[in-house]
Write a protein that binds this ligand. Structure first.
Ligand SMILES: [Zn+2]
Length: 136
């Protein structure tokens, strides 16, 4: 039983680390921690208040997970498309594309935005991917 208390404590703290790092896996780790706590508390007299708290926490963590997943969709790569641009790489005048925002890339306040043709856009995307920019 004692090691389960340590496991529950460890999971609860580990979940915090993931949430601080904005990783929604933290909610799943917290839910696992909640389940272990509930199990431990059921075997321990006088722990009814904590059981109630852990059930509420588990429900809040499920809610948090759902909300974060919704939010992540908003942060999906955001593209801007514009007619009659001059491609920054090859100079072709055509329909242009510009990657505006991803999880770890933000050109929403770019004062000198660069547009690229369909072909050069893919090359630039590959370049960004190699630099560690999350493009999907
Ligand atoms: Zn081009």
């Amino acid at each position: 039983m004692q090691y389960l208390v340590y496991l529950a404590t460890f999971l609860s703290c580990l979940g915090n680390v993931f949430i601080i790092r904005q990783n929604s896996l933290g909610f799943i780790i917290w839910i696992l921690g909640n389940v272990v706590w509930i199990y431990v508390d059921l075997k321990t007299p006088g722990m009814a208040p904590q059981i109630i708290m852990m059930v509420v926490y588990a429900a809040l963590n499920i809610w948090g997970l759902i909300e974060w997943r919704k939010g992540r969709n908003i942060l999906r790569p955001m593209w801007e498309i514009k007619e009659n641009i001059t491609c920054a790489d090859c100079g072709t005048v055509c329909t242009g594309y510009r990657l505006v925002k991803t999880d770890n890339y933000d050109k929403t306040k770019d004062s000198n935005p660069e547009w690229r043709c369909e072909h050069c856009r893919l090359q630039k995307l590959e370049e960004l991917k190699n630099k560690g920019i999350k493009v999907e």
